[in-house]
Design a protein around this ligand. Structure first.
Ligand code: CDP
Length: 250
């Protein structure tokens, strides 16, 4: 983060309880999901969430590359998360770095909990996540985009995986951190939920909070995920529902 003079630190919570962008502590940024945004992928989704813009493309089940990763009893789930060089204020060096590798790994592992991989032994399900514009919470936006893209590709899954970061900024527990809150706040805790079982399949934390604050944050995150879940399902309905006239063959 580097040293920052006091004058550079934004007011993260006003006396009225409003955040840097005017949201309340339990409010999500506006989120829009387009399922099937790409023509050439087996499944895809574009997520615009606050100032984040994230595209996910899914291929498979298909042949495994590299071959030595092939598993005889199930599909291997591979994820490549990438941030475009132009996605952030200061140009990001293109290519793989440790952060992208870590995010790719935790996202692939989260999907291992819901994808019915045993149905496709000796194959690969490949998820590509491209962050075109970043403003904190891109791993969660990536998970949301990839979930919808997997469903769009027809990959059988127990459930979609809504995800959101909760955290602490200006002394308050807040939902869906934006960049200033991520940079200058006290804690950042991205999570992904399996809505039907209530299980968390991704949970990471940076910063400090008390056990009571953590409990509050987790509740807030679960609520947030349930809200995002509705938007994800609606995106799939919008793509696949057939207009009554078309159904009648008109
Ligand atoms: O994006 P997410 O919150 O999942 O991950 P993070 O590592 O906590 O990054 C928080 C934010 O920092 C990103 O969303 C970007 O807005 C920003 N960032 C950046 O400006 N340059 C980087 N090389 C990495 C992240």
């Amino acid at each position: 983060m580097g040293s920052v003079g006091a004058k550079d630190v934004p007011v993260l919570l006003s006396p009225e309880g409003l955040r840097v962008d005017g949201r309340r502590v339990n409010e999500l940024r506006p989120i829009k999901i387009t399922a099937g945004a790409l023509k050439h992928a087996d499944g895809s989704a574009f997520v615009e969430w606050g100032q984040n813009k994230v595209m996910a493309a899914v291929y498979g089940p298909r042949e495994v590359h590299p071959r030595h990763l092939q598993q005889n009893t199930k599909a291997v789930i591979q994820c490549k998360y990438n941030m475009a060089a132009f996605s952030v204020d200061e140009r990001k060096r293109p290519g793989l770095d440790r952060r992208s590798q870590e995010i790719s790994k935790v996202i692939a592992e989260a999907f291992e909990s819901v994808v019915f991989a045993e149905e496709f032994p000796r194959t690969s399900i490949d998820i590509y996540i491209e962050v075109l514009q970043a403003n904190a919470g891109t791993r969660c936006a990536g998970l949301v985009a990839a979930s919808v893209a997997l469903a769009d590709a027809g990959i059988p899954m127990a459930d979609l995986l809504p995800a959101v970061a909760v955290g602490k900024a200006g002394g308050a527990i807040i939902l869906d951190l934006k960049k200033e809150e991520d940079n200058f706040g006290e804690a950042d805790l991205p999570m992904a939920l399996v809505p039907q079982s209530g299980r968390l399949v991704l949970l990471q934390m940076e910063g400090h909070m008390t056990r009571d604050e953590l409990a509050t944050a987790l509740d807030l995150g679960v609520q947030g995920c349930r809200g995002i879940y509705e938007v994800m399902k609606q995106a799939l309905r919008d793509r696949y529902s057939v207009a009554p006239a078309a159904e009648a063959g008109a």
